[in-house]
Design a protein. Structure first.
Length: 329
């Protein structure tokens, strides 16, 4: 019995460790600003960026033989002074965000504008993933100063509900490729030749807001840019296998910071899925998640005891896989 309680205590500690890195790396302490205090500055920064930058649209219009179909952003100046700015090529979309969406105090709803660039799609009205779908994609995340903070240049599966809001909204705006156009590369990676290619730019509240992100590298209140290649997606993803598409049952999952973090730790998914919330909110979430896991273990005790009896083992069997996956961290 004592061993069981010791193991429960270790599991409790592991939950805190799994969620603690973002707290330690938080660029700013204290109470986060309100949505309405940040949005005006974010909008001004984004609009200035759109007016002063362009992408390599001429290469996409007439691809060279060795073109890599990667979006390159540059400043409109000097030899590039005659280029068409992004402000004339990106679509402006809006979404309402509430304080609760970010775990903030207060109750304000603020309209947030984000900008979508579609540089290549196989058909204008083709199938697109929803913000709840499993999606096979490539991406690169940047600050507006060009600093890259996260990327995956090989196609990988991501669960869009576990990404930041702006990333999911942008991915859901691009037409995906088809499985008929999967190509195996000599290096073991794959390419999807008719993949959708685009870019999304969004304010900080649709990203990491008060700062954090992968390894704590994103400053507080930073608008973000993501270049996206959408390969495939699972249509009507049913994550819990209940026969109902997950998109029709979306709950405010983005406030459950620890669950995505633990999921990342166990599955090895890219770091960009981490959520960013105030340290005090993360503490409450860690505590709730810890108690939830302990309750699950206690509820499983009769099954655990039966399994140990059948296998005639003296050591506990529960949590073994959990610790095995977390031990390298």
């Amino acid at each position: 019995m004592m061993k069981n309680w010791i193991l429960l205590g270790v599991m409790f500690s592991m939950v805190f460790v799994a969620c603690n890195n973002d707290d330690d790396a938080a660029p700013e302490a204290g109470t986060p600003l309100e949505l309405s205090e940040v949005i005006a500055e974010d909008n001004a920064e984004i609009e200035t960026f759109l007016d002063t930058h362009f992408y390599n649209y001429e290469e996409f219009a007439s691809p060279p033989a060795d073109f890599d179909f990667i979006i390159d952003i540059d400043t409109i100046a000097g030899d590039n002074s005659d280029k068409t700015p992004l402000s004339q090529q990106m679509e402006r979309l809006t979404i309402d965000l509430n304080s609760d969406d970010l775990g903030l105090d207060g109750d304000e709803t603020v309209e947030h504008a984000y900008y979508m660039l579609r540089v290549r799609e196989r058909m204008p009205d083709g199938p697109k993933p929803t913000t709840a779908d499993s999606t096979f994609l490539k991406y690169e995340g940047q600050l507006l100063d060009g600093t890259s903070f996260d990327e995956n240049q090989n196609f990988t599966w991501l669960e869009l509900p576990f990404t930041v809001r702006g990333f999911a909204e942008g991915a859901s705006e691009l037409v995906a490729g088809t499985s008929d156009n999967i190509v195996d590369n000599p290096d073991g990676t794959v390419d999807i030749t008719d993949r959708g290619i685009g870019m999304v730019i969004f304010p900080s509240a649709m990203g990491y807001f008060a700062g954090g992100g992968p390894s704590g590298t994103i400053p507080a209140y930073s608008p973000l840019l993501f270049k996206l290649d959408i390969g495939l997606f699972v249509d009507d993803t049913d994550r819990d296998n209940d026969g109902i598409p997950s998109f029709s049952m979306i709950i405010p999952i983005r406030i459950l910071n620890c669950l995505p973090e633990i999921f990342y730790r166990i599955s090895g998914m890219p770091m960009m899925i981490r959520m960013a919330y105030p340290p005090e909110m993360k503490f409450r979430m860690r505590m709730g998640t810890s108690l939830f896991l302990i309750q699950i273990v206690i509820m499983m005790e009769p099954l655990i005891t039966w399994t140990q009896t059948i296998r005639n083992k003296k050591t506990p069997v529960y949590g073994r896989y959990f610790f095995k996956r977390l031990s390298p961290l």
